[in-house]
Every structure is written in structure tokens, then in C-alpha cells.
Design a protein around this ligand. Structure first.
Ligand code: SD4
Length: 335
């Protein structure tokens, strides 16, 4: 991680803590027990936003603002992740993201609403807000997924502007990477910061969105879990929702977010469900110690869960008038 990047991360976290009077903490009373099975309570109608990594604090605020402006869960999800997409300093989301190995930043995003409808774009270039294009795919086409040039043409046709923005920092990092061209992602540093956001409005309805520039220095054309319904995101408004971050291939292989929601359907708490999904990844990947995957989940009662393969996964929760950053528990214990 470059010094500048380190600084930005620290500054962003410190800044959020400063302005909101918050501190990062592992103790989250909202996380349900991983031991006991208990019936979820009544549907939570206080509004809630749950999102991945440190940038989730700002995304949650944007989602909350959308709700206060009369938006529903879907608007909260879209506006929340738009906030991260617009931050060109983020090296894993939006047009500021680290490029593929040919030097191009390509974007993946999806969105799901409370009626089980879904939209997704993959391998999309030159568009600032892929999650909004995904929403348009959901609302205006008979399809779920659009890819590459077709997705780009659809976006332009829908009035999204072409954006030539190229991040100097991302290009510099790529040129540095080219010197050795060794594909060995660094846990919690590269391929970190994808935003997956789950929103619950004051009707108790749930929606979600996930958006990323994908793995740094990926093969051109590679698509990960983030835009795949059931992998990077799944919402079932009867049960709850889940989202993921980290090595997308491991999540796709295990249908991660769908698995989490189905486990909740069978009676698991959000925390139990996230832990089980991580265990499934461990079981299927002998190299699990070499990568990170994190899951977040929420159920209709507004209970939440968070679990990761490695320590270091953070998430933001806006609930009961507070927007706080937490450290997730993990399969591998911190040293
Ligand atoms: C991917 N899951 O494309 C994404 C990467 C990620 O933070 O989560 N980065 O595999």
C-alpha cells in the first residue's frame, strides 16, 4: 500500500471518527450470538444501513439521507453506494479503482430490491455510477445482467455521461506492478474496499447494492462476485439480505450471499449464517489462509452478522441514530 494510500485510509477513518465522535470497535451489541438459535423478533422498522469497510460510514450517511428525503430501501441502497463510487480516491470502487493488467479500470455492480427484482452490470468502462446503471437494467429491461460494450451502450442510451477520468494514483500503482507483473494480491490491502450495502427502510423492507472495480491487475474481462446475484449480493425481503467482499472467485464458487440468506431462512441468526458461509469457503479452499473474504448479513428483525476469513475486515452500521464502524470477527484470529 502506498504511503499516500495508507494516509488516505487513516485520514478517512480518523476523519469519520472525529466528525461523528465514533471509534472502531470489535464489540458490537447488534451482532447476534453465534451459539444460540433463537427466533428473530418482530420486523424492525427503525431503518438500518449496513455496509462493508471504512468507506461504509460515509455511504451509510448518504443512504440515511436518501431515506430522510422520502426514499425507500432501494433508493437508500443506490444512493449509499453512489457515495463510494463518486470518491475517486477509493482504489477498489468506481473510476478511481485499480485497473486490470492492461491498464483499464473496469466496473462491476448489482442491485436488488425488496420485490426480488435484480439488475447488474459487469466489465463496464467509463461510467461513474455502475450501480445506478444496474438499477436501470432492473427497472427498464427484461434482463438482469448486461456486460461490457452492451452495458456501456445501454448506460449512454439512458443518459449516463461518458467519463474519461483516469486516476493518477491507480495508474502509478499499475505501472509499478507491471515491473514484476506478479499476480499475488495482498490480503486486506489490494482488493479491499468494495462497497456492499444492505438497507432497511422504516417499512422494514430490505434492498441492497454492491459495486467494485474488482480485483486489481485482473485479466482483462474478469468478473468477480460483486455483480453476481447470489454471490456478491442477495436480498430476500421475507428473510433478510447478505453481501460480500474479498476474493470474488471464492464467493462465486460457494454462492456466498445466497447461502447466507438460505441459512437464515432455515433458522440461523445472521451471525451464524455468515460464519457458516466462511466455513464453507474454508472447506472448499485449501489456500484459504492466503485470501480474504468477508460477509455481512441482516434479517427482518434488524439483527446483523459479520464474519471474515482474515482479521481486518471492517463494516459500518447505522442503526438507532448512530453510525459506527466495527471490526468483524474472523476465522483466522488476529496475531
Ligand atoms: C471482486 N469481491 O471483484 C471483489 C473485490 C473486492 O474489495 O471485494 N474488493 O472479487
Amino acid at each position: 500500500m502506498s504511503d499516500r494510500r495508507k494516509f488516505l485510509k487513516t485520514a478517512a477513518l480518523g476523519g469519520a471518527a472525529l466528525t461523528l465522535g465514533l471509534s472502531a470497535s470489535a464489540e458490537n451489541p447488534e451482532v447476534t450470538s453465534s451459539k444460540k438459535k433463537k427466533k428473530p423478533g418482530p420486523v424492525f422498522k427503525g431503518g438500518l444501513v449496513l455496509s462493508t469497510w471504512d468507506a461504509g460510514i460515509s455511504a451509510n450517511q448518504a443512504a440515511w439521507k436518501a431515506m430522510e428525503g422520502g426514499g425507500k430501501a432501494l433508493d437508500m441502497a443506490e444512493k449509499g453506494v453512489n457515495d463510494t463510487e463518486a470518491d475517486f480516491r477509493n482504489l477498489s470502487v468506481g473510476l478511481g479503482g485499480l485497473p486490470d493488467r492492461e491498464g483499464h479500470t473496469t466496473l462491476d455492480a448489482c442491485i436488488m430490491d425488496s420485490n426480488g427484482m435484480a439488475g447488474s452490470v459487469m466489465f463496464l468502462e467509463h461510467i461513474k455510477h455502475p450501480a445506478s446503471v444496474a438499477r436501470r437494467v432492473m427497472e427498464k429491461t427484461p434482463h438482469v445482467q448486461l456486460v461490457g460494450e452492451g452495458a456501456y451502450r445501454f448506460a449512454i442510451g439512458e443518459g449516463f455521461p461518458h467519463d474519461e477520468y483516469v486516476s493518477d494514483e491507480a495508474q502509478k500503482a499499475w505501472k509499478n506492478w507491471l515491473k514484476e507483473s506478479k499476480y499475488q494480491p495482498i490480503i486486506n490491502i489490494e482488493n479491499h474496499d468494495t462497497i456492499g450495502l444492505l438497507a432497511m427502510d422504516t417499512q422494514g423492507d430490505i434492498a441492497g447494492a454492491c459495486t467494485t472495480s474488482g480485483l486489481a491487475y485482473k485479466i482483462r474481462g474478469r468478473v468477480g462476485d460483486s455483480p453476481i446475484i447470489g454471490a456478491g449480493l442477495y436480498v430476500d425481503n421475507e428473510i433478510g439480505a447478505a453481501t460480500s467482499t474479498g476474493l470474488g472467485e471464492a464467493v462465486v464458487r460457494t454462492c456466498g450471499s445466497f447461502l447466507v440468506v438460505e441459512l437464515m431462512r432455515q433458522g440461523a441468526s445472521p451471525q451464524q449464517a455468515c460464519e457458516e458461509a466462511v466455513l464453507r469457503i474454508q472447506k472448499r479452499h485449501s489456500n484459504f489462509k492466503d485470501f480474504q473474504v468477508g460477509f455481512l448479513a441482516v434479517n427482518k428483525a434488524g439483527e446483523i452478522g459479520a464474519y471474515a476469513v482474515q482479521p481486518g475486515f471492517t463494516y459500518a452500521l447505522y442503526k438507532n441514530g448512530e453510525n459506527k464502524l466495527f471490526k468483524s470477527a474472523s476465522l483466522i484470529q488476529p496475531k
